[in-house]
Design a protein around this ligand. Sequence first.
Ligand code: SAM
Ligand code: SF4
Length: 335
Amino acid sequence: MHNQPANITDSFGRVHDYLRISLTERCNLRCFYCMPEEGIPLREKSEFMSAEETLHIANTFVKLGIKKIRLTGGEPLIKKNIASLIHELAKLPVELAITTNGILVDQYIDDFKKANLRSINVSLDSLNQANFEKISRRNYFTRIVNNIDLLVREGFNTKVNVVVMRGVNDHEIVDFVEWTQRKNIQVRFIEFMPFDGNKWNWDKKVSYREILQLVHTAFGESNVESLVQKPNDTSKNFRIKNAAGNFGIIASVTNPFCDTCNRIRLTADGKIKNCLFSQSETDLLFALRDGQDISGLILESIAAKKKARGGVDSFENPENLKLLASNRTMTTIGG
Ligand code: SAM
Ligand code: SF4
């Protein structure tokens, strides 16, 4: 028997204590950069983790040193048993969080409170109803905005994720920042990333530098304060002087944060991805059903993690883009 280390560490000394669990590949929106219009092909239920298997695997991760679990998807809140799963996960000694498109937040807000789940990321790519409907191909705009208001009123730590795309919503960056002046939220601008079939190209990406430049021009550089960075923050954060909220920029494409990465992703079909961009996966669900030791597999998977972006050195190299085009979509990885 080998002595298990007290934590999950890769060969570069990075301690991994943050697990993102995708609960489903399916979604009630069809954001064009994430999901095909017709949805994703249906698969047998048995190919996915049951609630018991999800809990078992989560528990194993926690014993290995995971301190934070974020539920994601697809859309985690469309899972039928989501309330009981949140309730059970809340018994683990971890900080629990969720990333959602916000549509069903009002239905589950009491469950969040009971589980002490206080940190909620809601995705909203436009403040304009017609534009939101064009991006998401569904008409839930008012419901989502009302649910963001509800979360803020109820004192949740509310972040709003905005994937910035040139010619799609980049003209709304200043509107989003103005929103943070009035509302106690953190808006996080995310650089558009390449995945299977989402027609990514350099021209659609709006870089960290451009976003900040736009904000400086609109509000005056001296009114934009830098906020202190926490060790594993993926966003660089700022506040307009005297604003109720703040905003951040996640520069996964132009300035990745791999050096301080502490994340592990578990897909809804029970596979570990040791990096969002990694080409290989470790099948924990198969191993669990086969009676194998999944702790050992978890440690091996993270030990094999590449230094940066799953071994992809730069997105500017066309060969690398081809490689990434074969990666799963965000909705099947769990964003
Ligand atoms: N359905 C939930 C939601 O939308 O928040 C959770 C899953 S979603 C895949 C998680 C996050 O990934 C969202 O904020 C979404 O905007 C982001 N995302 C999806 N595809 C992306 C891409 N190609 N580039 C950057 N972010 C992306
Ligand atoms: Fe659904 Fe989230 Fe993907 Fe939009 S980004 S299609 S809400 S999973």
